[in-house]
Design a protein around this ligand. Sequence first.
Ligand code: HEC
Ligand code: HEC
Length: 507
Amino acid sequence: MTMRHVGLLSFFLTAAGSPVFADGWGEPHLDIVPRTQVEAERISNATASTDTFETAEKFETHPAGKATKFGIKTKDAFSFASANMTFERELDFKVGNGFFRKLWVTAPASTVSSDGLGPLFNARACQRCHIKDGRGHPPEDHSDTGVSMFLRVSIPKSFSDLDDETLKYLANAPEPTYGTQLQDKSIAGIPAEGRMEISYETVSVTMGDGSTVDLRKPTYTFTDVAYGDLHPQTQLSPRVTPQMIGLGLLEAIPEADILALADPDDADGDGISGKANRVWSGEFDQWMLGRFGLKAGAPTIKAQSAGAFSGDLGLSTSLHPAGWGECTGAQSDCRLAPDGSSPTDQLEVSDEVLDLVTFYSRNLAVPARRDLDDPQVLRGKELFYQTGCVSCHQPKFVTHRLENQPEQSFQLIWPYSDMLLHDMGEGLADNRPEWEATGREWRTAPLWGIGLTQTVSGHTNFLHDGRARSLLEAILWHGGEAEPARETVRQMSAEDRDALITYLESL
Ligand code: HEC
Ligand code: HEC
């Protein structure tokens, strides 16, 4: 992938027909101190790709720069504050953690500040899904309700009754009755929307050395529907909860540095495109680069968190002021249920609480790398670079220098994601677009901390819907733009394959 020079101002039209500022839309969420010329040169040296694999690189031990947390290899490994946080700010982090863990209750309740859950919801607390601040998983069996994943839902915009001007500012056209997310839980007296079901079929992949790996291919249905049939054109998108580490650093990567990696029309012909998602920000009333969510559908951590309060918990914030959360006009009883709004701001979750949860979500530390001088890890790293994994899993960035976010300011970080969308082929397609992302595109998953998944979460389920049961399975699902890289891995000797996996486990 080429490093397209971002300099000239230019405009182009997107598929939706709206003018787009090709060099970015701006970063109103950050209080940026502009880079000096000298800094820009230092940064370009520090982020240049390595070509030696005999030893680890300088600072490679610190994936999150000075915010990296050292010495923790327990199941709490994802739950520490940025290591460079002051004691005073850590108090806010702890209060934010309290709200992240808090179990919300139905309104009206004696604990006024904790009520307003639902009427429809997927879980009663953020951490019910973001378990140990790590990733979720699909249900293990019929007795497991699959609380840490859900289905997004919509219909194609061309089938919607909403007018074009309204649709322009929506990621998707909502399913007329069920909205944009299926909630499988509800308060007493209001039926839950239904139940997610997954069935798996086995797909065998024959490796270059003749051995086989069995993958499980999921099919999703939404059954026991309580509000009538879903629209015939319904699009479902399964989403497993992602890990929470390093998010504030991802939010602080300069937009220009992400856009410099984009190559939407594959102008350099390397088979890897990389496309920025462009999303509407209700918070700033403008288009912004999408960064969060599995299709980069949200511009900021605050927007994603407010969306979660509304869609996942049924709680209102100033960004989503409806006390009924995701109940649609077609779910009238649901809209009439009592809500937990406070008399002062008419909200269930105040701006103060939203800000504390956002601060918490921004500051979960990335653990330090382990074993990075191990010869097998170094060999695996070489393979990761040679195989082209780095075309999407971009190793390094330097974050903006920021006025009021010392933890995220000017850090050399190693997220192993370009923050762009890539076509991952038919196998991983959900066939549900989201803003500019097509039904085959996903945001490159950041790989930092991935080697601690077993330790933190007690499983190794990967990809957007947790279908992969190991790192190797996750790689073997890569298709589309990543097919050549996947084929290289499939043809690798067992020894090289093991080295590549051992390297991923050291991240
Ligand atoms: C029902 C499960 C569930 C609950 C409850 C939940 N989340 Fe999430 N969270 C998810 C899923 C799934 C995603 C990915 C969403 C997507 O792709 O759009 C996500 C994504 C995120 C992200 C973006 C992560 C990234 O890598 O881009 C943040 C931040 C976040 N959630 C914060 C919160 C906060 C704060 C709360 C509580 C107010 C919360 N979540 C509650 C399931 C949940
Ligand atoms: C064309 C871009 C691209 C290339 C090349 C690529 N990946 Fe990925 N990778 C992605 C995207 C996008 C996802 C998320 C897919 C999903 O969730 O369905 C992903 C997900 C992953 C995951 C799972 C992460 C998680 O959190 O669940 C692993 C592991 C991974 N890639 C490793 C690799 C390795 C190793 C290589 C090289 C052999 C590679 N990738 C090459 C784009 C790419």
